[in-house]
Design a protein around this ligand. Structure first.
Ligand SMILES: C[S@@+](CC[C@H](N)C(=O)[O-])C[C@H]1O[C@@H](n2cnc3c(N)ncnc32)[C@H](O)[C@@H]1O
Length: 270
């Protein structure tokens, strides 16, 4: 709760002469650090490893970047406040992870973060929503982490609703801020696909949720439970589970389970 008070009562932005202070105002969000326990939970949820490049949007004192580097990941912190960038570099050096980390003095709305395999953020609700279109267009499979704020939107703006987290964990007891969300960027599947047996799969998509119908010789069956996890599409149709790997214009799928598994392919109909 004390941290929430800091959030609501921002102090002045840091200058070179004045060291950063907790709760100080940033351009779009104040500096309030994520509790280390929640940082660790978020990195666990995304399964961060040495294969990853994590970019923290609004890096503060660098703790998310440094923690990712402790797991072997390369990590970049984007932070507009030069005093915080210096503090983060000092902290990274003290933690022995300077070689894996980089801190850039930049505005998150001008920085190209499309090379990341993991994005992390602790901003404000409207900023998180403003970033949503850019985040949704990241490479499929990119994981997005957020402390507290999600990307569902507001009830008064139906257009803003929709991107449910794939997983949410709430720490108990709460170390100040306690809610961690993770999303995996889904690939784009909306449109019509022709299966190799001639059937047509018509799909609509709302973030990771997929609906549609499977059409065969003039009759159509609704699909159910359609969902994307990165490039993996799962849905039910005709009482059977379908799973497919989607690669832009092609799907390679299996139907059924165990000994009753069949393979299928589909091409996007232009
Ligand atoms: C709530 S703090 C989060 C710090 C860190 N990510 C963490 O989780 O501990 C938000 C940070 O975003 C920075 N910030 C605010 N607006 C920004 C912008 N437009 N570009 C870059 N950084 C910004 C603030 O200076 C602050 O350090």
């Amino acid at each position: 709760m004390a941290l929430l008070g800091l959030w609501l009562c921002p102090a002045f932005a840091a200058t070179q002469e004045q060291p950063p202070t907790l709760g100080q105002e940033g351009k779009d969000a104040p500096w309030v650090p994520t509790p280390q326990e929640l940082v660790d939970t978020m990195l666990d949820m995304a399964g961060v490893t040495g294969e990853d490049l994590l970019i923290d949007l609004g890096a503060g004192d660098g703790r998310v970047v440094i923690s990712a580097a402790h797991r072997g990941a390369r990590a970049i912190g984007v932070e507009l406040d030069p005093g915080l960038v210096e503090l983060a570099k000092t902290n990274a050096a003290a933690a022995g992870v300077s070689a894996l980390t980089e801190f850039v003095t930049a505005d998150i709305f001008e920085f190209d973060f499309s090379s990341a395999s993991v994005i992390s953020m602790f901003l404000l609700p409207e900023l998180t929503l403003r970033l949503r279109p850019t985040l949704f267009d990241l490479r499929p499979g990119t994981r997005i982490l957020s402390n507290t704020w999600d990307m569902r939107g507001t009830e008064t703006d139906p257009e803003a609703r929709g991107w449910d987290p794939d997983q949410t964990i709430v720490l108990d007891p709460c170390p100040g801020f306690c809610t961690a969300h993770v999303w995996t960027v889904p690939t784009k599947v909306a449109g019509t696909w022709r299966l190799d047996d001639g059937r047509l799969l018509h799909l609509t998509q709302r973030f990771q949720q997929v609906a549609g119908r499977l059409e065969s010789g003039g009759s159509a069956t609704e699909i159910f439970g359609g969902r994307l996890d990165g490039t993996t599409l799962t849905f039910g149709a005709n009482g059977v589970d379908h799973t497919a790997e989607v690669d832009q214009a092609a799907m390679r799928g299996t139907t059924g389970t165990g000994d009753n598994t069949n393979s299928w392919r589909a091409q996007r109909v232009p």
